[in-house]
Design a protein around this ligand. Sequence first.
Ligand code: NAD
Ligand code: UGA
Length: 435
Amino acid sequence: MKIVMIGAGYVGLVSGACLADFGHDVICVDKDAGKIADLEANRMPIYEPGLAQLVKSNVETGRLSFSLDLPAAVADADAIFIAVGTPSRRGDGHADLSYVFAATREIGAALTGPTVVVTKSTVPVGTGDQVERILRDVAPDIEAAVVSNPEFLREGAAIGDFKRPDRIVIGTTDERARAVMRAIYRPLYLNEAPLLFTARRTAELIKYAANAFLATKITFINEIADLCEQVDADVKDVARGIGLDNRIGPKFLHAGPGFGGSCFPKDTLALLKTAEDHESPMRIVEAVVQVNEQRKRAMGRKVIQAAGGDVRGKRIGVLGLTFKPNTDDMRDAPALAIVQTLLDGGAEVRAFDPEGMEAARPMLPDVTLVGDPYAAAEGADALVIVTEWDLFRALDLKRVARLMALPILVDLRNIYPPEEALAAGFSYTSVGRSA
Ligand code: NAD
Ligand code: UGA
């Protein structure tokens, strides 16, 4: 199969490299010349575990290549995936589809024969119809089936998620397109990943429903955590106690500072807009969005409380800035709101993140970025764990406490057993646990 991936970002690059690894010929096209130049020099534009090696080995076999030239790449492709961004539209929260439509027009103008155009980007219900209309306008004589094939990978675990998915959703009723998609995902047969064929609009909605459901699960346990603090219960035990019920399941029940990232926040908002447009309210998702938004600043206030109620002139150390570990992605990271609350309260903030510092620098210009976790603790009146990087799980707590002006630890990810922090001499605050 000759496959073209339009957009070499978190999803396009990982999907492209994995499809090449399955034996297909893949060209990843991006309009960002810097990104393409980096990839050609085997410099990864993003941090994703295992990606550099996967890209390198598939480039060496000749199955994976990169290009700025969309028309040349798509001319004789069996399938063209659109994996460009669909961020929140400024001002109203709808998904901004301008990149998808621009890519579609470019594809349409370059087609020379029948093909399959696949939207891998997360797009609202009905976008496939619009993509089809654009292709018909731009290339009326070409037979191009439009398929929805949403992606469910997580950053930080992207390669494993792509290669061993729980399911692959393929939205099209076109038999030729179904056959092409079956051939593309044929190598996953061994992993027994179910291919779920649906109508296109259904596939589009599955993606938003999945993300909104996961965001709801997290928000639910976060509110249970707040209640735990009031009634002297332990949220980790509650999560385990409910998660062992197969109907609930143990995943996505980690209480924390609220969900962030490039997808849950924008996708829950976009789903609400779709619901609004169709006069079919989604009150649960509305509550999830509101509760989560308030939670991030509330976590900042929690830190201020732990530091004695006032942080004016105090130094606060922050461990972890990215929205989750094993990524350099700072989009909608809870750290942004938490740090802003601390800065607004008059604190001096010193922070460290293993991979996110470059992306964080322009977003947090008033924060001093330091070179390691111990430097963030130095002279601090409180230390906050915002992201659960492995590196923060085995700190020498006694050393950390000695370095600090006051040994106050706020663990927003519950990575330490309270006894351990207390034994190291800390005043310890976590989420949904009494210590
Ligand atoms: P990203 O911003 O990392 O990458 C998008 C890339 O597309 C950029 O490199 C950009 O330069 C390129 N691009 C835009 N217009 C183009 C055009 N006309 N031609 C060529 N290249 C173009 O975005 P992402 O995080 O990979 O997300 C892409 C889509 O996948 C979104 O819809 C997102 O919701 C969805 N998604 C993301 C994840 C994730 O973990 N990040 C997971 C599942 C689904
Ligand atoms: C999420 C989904 O998990 C993917 O299936 C989906 O493809 C992707 O969004 C997308 O559409 O882009 P991702 O955002 O990369 O993936 O990362 P997650 O592991 O889902 O974490 C999202 C946020 O929820 C993070 O801020 C994380 O800290 C938080 N989270 C997650 C919790 O607070 N508790 C949990 O138990 C799990």
